[in-house]
Design a protein around this ligand. Structure first.
Ligand code: DGL
Length: 275
């Protein structure tokens, strides 16, 4: 048994798609969430910068004595790769491995599409991870840099004409390729789920990287006997590096409900002094 919180971080609000699933699977667990909203996007930055930011985000999580750290960010996960020791002696997972394991188990025709930020797709991380499980899978990866700003600015409804147009532009080559499984390799993208599903059609299964990381964490903590012994609902504490007002305003789109509790701001000086 372990009553400490689970730490989850992302460059912004996208990691809340992981929190939503964690809370569904393990409602009694406490969760600490950090969104580095002052430095989003990570996905357009260099590997060195993303790794530096990730180091600081992990150090912040450690300050809260969490029992496990989840990088609920496809971009950070892609730069960290399969390194399970990214948080030293604290159990750590990114979204990469949990997501590709599910995608490989779901595909029937052996064709998987991957969408993510520019840094994620450039790294080829999902493809490399898929090939460690199933070397003969055909993979097509497309960066979708406009998806994050669309989502963060509320242009994500299935009927939104801008969202529909951008989805069509980006996903056309993937649709033509005939994939039957599409990895939403950035944790922001499930907010565009309906628009993407409408365009790809019902025969394509969409895999949410945030949800898969949550399922993995649940299995891990259960297997290691590290779940809380509390029998009452846990609390979720939110932190952001930019305006907490914006966080309050936008979080419900990711969590499916308004935030209960507080959002605290982490000063940039505090964050950068950590690592
Ligand atoms: N949520 C981040 C990811 O999963 C994307 C946002 C960003 O570019 O920072 O990759």
């Amino acid at each position: 048994m372990n009553n400490s919180a689970i730490g989850v971080f992302d460059s912004g609000m996208g990691g809340l798609t992981c929190v939503k699933e964690l809370n569904k699977l393990m409602p009694n667990e406490d969760i600490i969430y950090f969104g580095d909203t002052a430095r989003i996007p990570y996905g357009t930055r260099s590997k060195e910068t993303i790794l530096k930011y990730a180091e600081q985000d992990i150090a912040l999580m450690k300050k809260h004595d969490v029992k496990m750290i989840i990088a609920a960010c496809g971009t950070v996960s892609s730069m960290v790769g399969m390194n399970k020791n990214a948080a030293g002696d604290i159990p750590f997972t990114g979204v990469l491995l949990p997501t590709v394991q599910t995608a490989c188990s779901k595909t029937k025709n052996g064709k998987i599409g991957v969408i993510g930020t520019a840094a994620t797709i450039k790294s080829g991380s999902y493809g490399k991870a898929i090939r460690t499980i199933k070397p003969d899978i055909s993979i097509i990866g497309v960066p979708c840099p406009l998806f994050v700003p669309l989502v963060e600015n509320g242009f994500a409804d299935r009927d939104n004409p801008v969202a529909k147009l951008v989805v069509e532009q980006y996903l056309e080559p993937i649709k033509k390729d005939g994939v039957d499984t599409l990895i939403l390799g950035c944790t922001h993208y499930p907010i565009l789920h309906d628009a993407i599903a409408d365009y790809m059609g019902e025969n394509v299964e969409l895999i949410s990287s945030g949800s898969e990381a949550a399922k993995y964490a649940c299995a891990f903590l259960t297997g290691k006997d590290m779940l809380t012994e509390r029998t009452v609902e846990g609390t979720i504490s939110f932190y952001s590096s930019d305006s907490t007002d914006l966080f309050y305003e936008n979080a419900h789109a990711f969590l499916g409900e308004q935030i209960h509790g507080t959002v605290k701001q982490v000063a940039m000086e505090e964050l950068t002094a950590l690592a």
